[in-house]
Structures are given as structure tokens and as C-alpha cells.
Design a protein around this ligand. Structure first.
Ligand code: ATP
Length: 572
């Protein structure tokens, strides 16, 4: 109930549009009722062969309601679609605004296909809130009221019987069929989600599945969910059919009742047979308003489920909250890391445990250590994807939590080992780092990054996740982005990890040239040209175990010296 109320609250800005659409929906059914009543009147009157002039009023009525029904239905479609799309737009913007600050820390637990499903399908299904859940009961209530007055004008007993049938069709039948269908809509949504996850995995991991001979297995799982979904959809269709039959039964009950209660009045001449025929047809037409009601009750379940899935994400507290009054990014960019500790949620081992080091303004420091030592975690904390559990990182003497996170990220160029390339052109992928750049500047950056071959391919599609480029080219494209970003602080996180030795050497030269005068923190487990660094910090299981320059560390003959000898072909 709470979720439902929250969902309806989201549509509040469109309350007037929704009311207007419901009123026009009522007018559409009202003209349908008018059309059938006028037609019944015309046919029965004509059967008595009166003068043509006596039929004029009926002919005009049929014409009027015939035309107005079409026009009003058109207006109703227009307004209800307009309202639905406005609501959808608002929901999408609302969800995206709420989700953005959660990335990446709070979204790490969700699979990308699951998030996609929430953003696309769950929000889409919320359009039902207006179109199928809120509007039909309003229309049905107004039609019930109308028929109460129309039939009641001739006979209160007849009107009471009609009202009873309408309450059965409007309340009892939808509740009964919705009870039968309990769990169906939710089940279909869940299976659709599962199918999407499988389909995305299948498409993205097709090469792996083929190598391991698992394509058939995945196809089988996909088929299984499809048949489960079809079974549920069949059940939903049967229930819908049952609902239509029961509504028809209630309508026939109303017709029988009205005939039963009013025929004696016709016999006594208290009312005419023509009026009775018109009322019977009017009552039949009014039941059109009750057909969407089962959908209404059933959709509540699906909508609440979709709402729960959306609220589950947006109710998460962002890991990083920007300061109320952010301080400007400092002019000097020396980095001071003090006693830093951090543990990933759900992990029982700290990724960082009391790490301290500093990088002087314009200096270069390397963080080295084996895989899993916590090196990349330092990058994530520096750009404030996460907050440290203890300790602080300061740039230019200012704790980074006092800076605007967006400005901080603009001033730190990160080249990481996992570069994400968008499925767009090479130009667009580069412009991400500096949107105002000319093609000439883009080409220069590509050339500096050793990508002369791509200079003439700016408009080429980079492929899904950059698949049209080699691993090395992707990495160099990230370096070109870094050059374009022109930030005073550079963090290289295994920036040359995917390159062959010759390209790596050339690129290290480029990086050295591009980073002159900037503060550089280089994270690596490959020990190349280490003498360039002012200081090398050796991390092991989240702790600093050695520090000093290359020469000092070799002399120390500890862990670093061992790594060095191992990588350079000597026995440890
Ligand atoms: P590599 O050189 O292999 O990239 P690294 O030294 O950069 O390793 P980190 O990526 O910082 O290591 O990881 C440090 C520890 O934290 C590892 O034990 C890793 O399993 C864990 N870890 C990293 N990212 C996450 C995450 N998002 N959630 C949970 N644990 C994580």
C-alpha cells in the first residue's frame, strides 16, 4: 500500500490531466450509451410506422451521438496518451536523477541487464498506474452514477437492480478474478527479467559460450523461462476471458432485471415499450466501462512490484554526498594520503589498512605491489567513488571531501586498466574528455598516444565496448583522452598493462612528456623504468611494507627487490 501511494504521489503533478482524461473517457462511454439508446428508440419507434417527422428527433440523436462518439474517443486517446507519455518522461528523469549519484558504489551489486530492465521495463509498466489503474475506476464510477439517474428517472426498483449488477461487475468480479490471478503478473515480470539477463549474457558472452560449448545449455535455459512465461500468460488470458464472461453475465442480469421490473409498467401504460427498449440498450452499453477493471486490479500488483524494484534502488543512500558549500579546487596539487583504511561492503578483509604516502606538487610516485594488494582501491578513493573508513586524502592541503566531487574528477585524469569505450565513433569517445576540442587537437592527441593510424578514422564506430579496436588501441585511446583532459593531477592505473614491451616503452615516453609539471600517481605491478619515480610505495595486503626510491629499495633487498629480480629474469 505504501509503495502504491508513493507511486500515485509521483503522478500528482499530472492530476488535472488525469482527471480531464478520465472525464473524457466517461464522455466516450456516455456517447456510446446515448448512441445505443437513440438507435433503440429510432428502431422501435420506426417499427410502429409513424410519420417521418416523428422520427426526426431519433435520427438527429443517432447522428449526434454517432459523430460525437468518434470525435470524443479521438480526443480521449490523444489526451490519455499525452498524459501517459508526460508521466513516463517524468518518471524516467526522476529515476535517472536519483540513480546517478549512486554510481558506482551503490550500483555495484546490480547486474547491468537488471538495471536496464528497471530503467526501461519497470518504468514502462508504471504507465499503467494512470492508464489502467487510476482512470478506469473513475470512469466506471461516473458511468454507474449516470445510469442510476437515467434508469432511476423511470423506475427506482429497476435502477437498484442495475446498480447491484454494476457493483458486481465493478467490484466483486475484478476482486475475484484478481485473486485468481494473484502472482501471475509478478511472475511474468520476474521471468521477463530473467530472460533479459540470460539474453544479455548470451549475446555478450557468445565467444566464451562457444569456446566452452555451452550455447545449447544457455538456449535451453532461455527456452525454459520462455515456456514458464507462456504458461503464466495463458493463465492470465484465461482469467481475462473469465472476467469478460462474468461481466457479460452481470450485464445480462441487469437486462433481465430491468425487463422483469419494468414490463408490468409497460402493461399498465406507466411507461412505453420504446422507453424500455432504449433503457435496456443503454444499460448494455454502460457495461463497457467495467471491462478494464480486472486489468486495473491485476495491474496494481505488477505496478507495485515495479515500484518496489525502483524504490529499492533510489532509496539507497549515495556513498558520496557533495559538501553543502564546496571549496574550490586548490591551485597547488601535491597529494597527501594519511592513514587510509577501507573495506569493501560484504568483505571481511580490509582492502587498505593505514596507508600513508605523499606526492609533491609536480612529482611522481609509484604504488606497486602484487595483484589484490589494494592499489586500484586508492584510485577509487581519490576520485571519491567510495569514502575511506578512516584517514584522509588531501590535495593542495585540502581534504578532498571538502571539494565538489565533479570538479575533483575533472581535475584528476585517470587512465585505468579497464577503459570503457562507448558504442559510438572514435571522435565521440575522445570528446568525452574535452567536449570543445577541434579535430586538429584530437588528431594531435591521437598521435601523441601513438595512434597515428586512427587519425583518419575519427568517424569510425568504436564497436560495442570498443570491440572494433585492439586491446592496446583501446588503452592508447584512454591515454589520448587523458592528454585531452589536460588535468593537473594524473592517475595511471596499470595504464600500459595491455601493451607489448616495445609499445609500452614508447608510451611511457609519451606519458612522461604529457605529464611534465603535473602531479602523477602511477599504479603498477610491472616494474619498468622505476628510476623515474621520486618515491615508490610498496603495498602488500592493503599495508605499506616498503617505501623509498628505486635505488634505496633495491639496496633494502626486501619485497620490492624480489619483485624486481623476478620480473627482470634473475632468481630471487
Ligand atoms: P590488481 O593489480 O589485480 O588490479 P589491486 O592491487 O589493484 O589488484 P584492488 O583492485 O585495489 O587490488 O583490490 C583490493 C582488494 O579489494 C582485493 O582483495 C579485491 O578482491 C577487493 N575488491 C576490489 N574491488 C572490490 C569490490 N568492488 N567489491 C568487493 N571487493 C573488492
Amino acid at each position: 500500500m505504501k509503495t502504491f501511494l508513493r507511486l500515485t504521489g509521483l503522478t500528482r503533478p499530472f492530476a488535472w490531466w488525469m482527471l480531464l482524461a478520465a472525464l473524457i473517457g466517461f464522455a466516450t462511454i456516455g456517447s456510446g450509451i446515448g448512441l445505443l439508446m437513440a438507435s433503440a428508440w429510432l428502431i422501435t419507434t420506426a417499427a410502429l410506422m409513424p410519420a417521418l417527422s416523428a422520427l426526426q428527433i431519433g435520427i438527429t440523436g443517432v447522428r449526434f451521438f454517432g459523430i460525437s462518439r468518434g470525435v470524443i474517443r479521438y480526443a480521449e486517446r490523444l489526451i490519455s496518451h499525452n498524459t501517459t507519455f508526460r508521466i513516463l518522461t517524468q518518471l524516467r528523469v526522476w529515476f535517472y536523477d536519483a540513480v546517478e549519484p549512486l554510481a558506482p558504489a551503490r550500483l555495484a551489486a546490480y547486474k547491468s541487464a537488471d538495471l536496464l530492465k528497471r530503467i526501461v521495463d519497470d518504468i514502462q509498466s508504471l504507465e499503467n498506474i494512470y492508464a489502467r489503474v487510476l482512470a478506469p475506476p473513475v470512469t466506471a464510477a461516473l458511468v454507474t452514477l449516470l445510469m442510476w439517474f437515467v434508469v432511476g428517472h423511470w423506475s427506482t426498483i429497476a435502477a437498484e437492480g442495475v446498480l447491484a449488477s454494476q457493483l458486481v461487475a465493478g467490484i466483486a468480479v475484478p476482486l475475484f478474478t484478481a485473486r485468481l490471478a494473484a502472482g501471475t503478473a509478478r511472475g511474468i515480470t520476474a521471468l521477463q527479467g530473467e530472460q533479459q539477463l540470460l539474453a544479455v549474457d548470451m549475446v555478450q558472452g557468445m565467444s566464451e559460450l562457444r569456446v566452452f560449448g555451452m550455447v545449447g545449455d544457455y538456449a535451453e535455459r532461455l527456452n525454459r523461462t520462455e515456456s514458464q512465461k507462456l504458461a503464466l500468460q495463458k493463465k492470465a488470458s484465461l482469467i481475462e476471458g473469465l472476467h469478460e464472461s462474468l461481466t457479460g453475465l452481470a450485464m445480462n442480469g441487469a437486462v433481465i432485471w430491468i425487463l422483469y421490473s419494468m414490463l408490468p409498467m409497460v402493461r399498465t401504460g406507466a411507461t412505453s415499450a420504446i422507453t424500455l427498449a432504449s433503457l435496456v440498450f443503454g444499460v448494455m452499453a454502460s457495461f463497457e466501462a467495467f471491462l478494464p477493471l480486472t486489468g486495473s486490479v491485476q495491474n496494481i500488483e505488477a505496478d507495485v512490484r515495479a515500484g518496489e524494484r525502483l524504490f529499492e534502488i533510489i532509496d539507497a543512500k549515495p556513498e558520496v554526498v557533495p559538501p553543502a558549500k564546496p571549496e574550490p579546487f586548490p591551485k597547488s596539487t601535491g597529494i597527501e594520503v594519511k592513514n587510509l583504511a577501507f573495506t569493501y561492503p560484504g568483505s571481511n578483509r580490509p582492502a587498505l589498512d593505514g596507508v600513508s604516502f605523499s606526492v609533491p606538487q609536480g612529482g611522481r610516485v609509484a604504488i606497486v605491489g602484487p595483484s589484490g594488494a589494494g592499489k586500484s582501491t586508492i584510485t577509487s578513493l581519490m576520485v571519491r567513488f567510495w569514502n575511506p573508513a578512516q584517514g584522509e586524502i588531501a590535495i593542495g592541503g585540502r581534504n578532498i571531501d571538502r571539494l565538489d566531487p565533479e570538479e575533483l574528477r575533472r581535475n584528476i585524469a585517470v587512465v585505468s586498466q579497464r577503459t570503457y569505450l562507448f558504442g559510438q565513433s572514435i571522435r565521440e569517445n575522445l570528446l568525452l574528455a574535452a567536449p570543445e576540442t577541434t579535430d586538429e587537437q584530437l588528431r594531435r592527441a591521437l598521435s601523441m598516444a601513438g595512434l597515428d593510424a586512427l587519425q583518419s578514422r575519427l568517424d569510425d564506430w568504436a564497436g560495442q565496448h570498443g570491440m572494433n579496436l585492439s586491446g592496446g588501441e583501446r588503452q592508447r585511446l584512454a591515454i589520448a583522452r587523458m592528454i585531452l583532459q589536460n588535468a593537473p593531477v594524473i592517475v595511471l592505473d596499470e595504464a600500459t598493462a595491455n601493451l607489448d614491451a616495445v609499445t609500452e616503452q614508447a608510451l611511457l615516453d609519451t606519458l612522461d612528456r604529457a605529464s611534465v609539471g603535473r602531479t602523477v600517481l602511477s599504479i603498477t605491478h610491472r616494474l619498468h623504468r622505476m628510476e623515474r619515480y621520486d618515491e615508490i610505495v610498496v603495498l602488500y595486503e592493503g599495508k605499506v611494507i616498503e617505501r623509498g626510491n628505486h635505488e634505496v629499495l633495491l639496496k633494502l633487498d626486501g619485497f620490492y627487490a624480489g619483485m624486481w629480480r623476478l620480473q627482470h629474469g634473475e632468481e630471487v
